[in-house]
Structure formats: C-alpha cells, structure tokens
Design a protein around this ligand. Structure first.
Ligand code: OFO
Length: 165
C-alpha cells in the first residue's frame, strides 16, 4: 500500500509526463511550420512516448491501491528562436525530469517503499537514454551551425530516428 505522500509525488510526476508530451507535441507544430518535417515527426513520436511514461505511472498508482489524480497542466511554450534553441530546451527539460525522478526514487528509498523504488528503476534507466538522445541531437545541430543544407540533412536524420522509435 502506498503512503499518501508517495501517491502525491507520483501524481505530480504523472502531471509532468503529460506536460512533456504536450511540450513535444507543441514543439512539433513549430517544426512543421518552419519546414522541419523530420523534426516534427520525431517530436510527435516522442510525445507519444511521454504518454506511455504517464500511463505506466497511472497504472502503477492504481495497482498499488492509490488513485491517480489528473490536475491542470501548464501550457507549453510555442515560440522558438531556432531548431538549435528548441532542442536545447528539450535537453534542459529532460534534465529537469531526471532530477524529479531522482527525487522520487530518493523519497521511496528513504521511506522504505522498496516496491516503488523498484518500479522507478525503469524511469532511472529511461532518463539516461533520453538525456543521451537529446544531447546527441544538439551535438549534431552544433556541428552544422546555422547552415541550411546541414540542417536539412539533420531533419532527414530525425525523420529516420522517428521511424526507429
Ligand atoms: Fe522524456 O521522459 Fe518522460 O518526461
């Protein structure tokens, strides 16, 4: 049985995963508008992944005897300076999510809630992958600088990455 404090924290994370999904979906609209169709497809696929992160938490809270609560979700930003700036924000956001997952794991462990601690290990591993993924995209964009042709190629690569996801 989950403690109420743990349920509250897991519900906060459910909300954050919703926000992540909305953030990437909103970012995809900017990319589509600017002609970055590959990046848009990649971000839409990633928005779907974030919904899975949300669902996994939702199911866990239910199965552990708690009630998941969906609260108001903050509106994501919709204006970006450049593709580089946009992906810089994705990376910063993933770093925030990692901090939140670590806090959750810390709370679970210090309250001897080993079931939740064990459940959260999937997220710990996932955050490692997410940070690596977004950092690799930033590195590629930095390599080409503001060069249009280079960005075109990166957009193509993001389209391939979306298909692999
Ligand atoms: Fe992008 O990992 Fe969930 O939020």
């Amino acid at each position: 049985m989950l403690s109420q404090a743990m349920i509250d924290k897991l519900n906060e994370q459910i909300n954050l995963e919703f926000f992540s999904s909305n953030l990437y979906l909103q970012m995809s609209a900017w990319c589509d508008d600017k002609g970055f169709e590959g990046a848009a497809g990649f971000l839409k696929a990633h928005a779907d992944e974030e919904m899975e992160h949300m669902r996994r938490l939702f199911t866990y809270v239910t199965e552990a005897g708690g009630i998941p609560l969906l609260g108001a979700i903050q509106a994501p930003p919709h204006q970006f300076d450049s593709l580089a700036g946009l992906f810089e924000q994705t990376y910063q956001h993933e770093q925030l999510v990692t901090r939140k997952i670590n806090e959750l794991a810390h709370t679970a462990f210090s309250n001897q809630d080993y079931s939740t601690f064990n459940f959260l290990q999937w997220y710990v591993a996932e955050q490692h992958e997410e940070e690596k993924l977004f950092k690799s995209i930033i590195d590629k964009i930095e390599l080409v600088g503001g060069d249009g042709q280079g960005l075109y190629l990166i957009d193509k690569e993001l389209a391939n990455m979306a298909n692999e996801e």
